[in-house]
Design a binder for this molecule. Structure first.
Ligand code: DER
Length: 233
């Protein structure tokens, strides 16, 4: 279908244009990045590239191993050349919502350690303002014991509605790769000063990380419905 095709073609182009020999590469999480890992593995084989990959989740770690790529970590490679990742939404100012897959904390850490951060997404993620297409709200990773007071504080400060993200294949709340809970914050529609909101949220004790990636992405490749690729930078 056009979404899968869009993800795959965007991922292949993003890899072909940005991956080369001797790089340290951040591998994101979600479904789109699967195509990027596949393409990297093809290029490593075809062009005998030497590169190492840093995961952003258990899923990304498996993806690296399953594709026969060389696994590394931030202890051995604290600075990356390029990080590739998906996103739930990209607004006109390159603010991202990430965390739909629950991996936002390690994704943001790895992206912050990289000289370049590239988003790969299908056309549904290409928005003018956040919330236009992605309606599940901003994922916020929290320390489990504090989720209730944090939900109340966000509600008081910013309104909207908040939901503790429940697991699907396990009873109870979703547990992240870091052992925490995730709250999804469905914010009031309209434009927000996301840089300010992000900074304020991170000051609330118990909030580990937000799915607001502000001024982090350098480039985005969107797989469009007609099979073309839209590049924004
Ligand atoms: O959780 C994340 O931030 C992921 O990158 C994710 O939201 C993008 O997922 P997708 O590539 O499966 O759409």
């Amino acid at each position: 279908d056009s979404i899968k095709l869009g993800k795959k073609s965007a991922a292949y182009i993003a890899v072909d244009e940005n991956i080369q020999d001797n790089q340290v590469i951040g591998i994101g999480s979600g479904s789109t990045i699967v195509y990027a890992a596949e393409r990297i593995a093809q290029k490593v084989k075809e062009e005998k590239l030497k590169l190492v990959c840093i995961p952003t989740s258990f899923q990304a770690r498996q993806l690296i191993l399953d594709n026969g790529l060389t696994l590394s970590d931030l202890e051995r490679n604290p600075e990356l050349d390029v990080a590739l990742d998906g996103a739930d939404e990209v607004d006109s100012r390159f603010n991202l919502i990430k965390g739909g897959g629950g991996c936002l904390t390690q994704e943001k850490i790895v992206a912050s350690c990289s000289k370049k951060f590239i988003v790969i997404a299908d056309f549904r993620k290409d928005s003018q303002v956040l919330g236009e297409h992605y309606t599940r709200g901003i994922p916020i990773e929290v320390i489990p014991m504090a989720y209730k007071p944090i939900m109340r504080k966000i509600k008081t400060l910013y309104g909207g509605s908040l939901e503790l993200r429940m697991a699907r294949a396990k009873a109870g709340p979703l547990i992240t790769d870091n052992g925490n809970f995730i709250i999804d914050w469905k914010f009031e529609s309209g434009d927000h000063d996301w840089k300010k909101v992000n900074t304020e949220l991170l000051m609330i004790p118990g909030i580990v990380e937000t799915g607001l990636f502000i001024n982090m992405a350098n480039k985005a490749y969107f797989g469009m419905q007609d099979g073309t690729i839209k590049v924004r930078e």
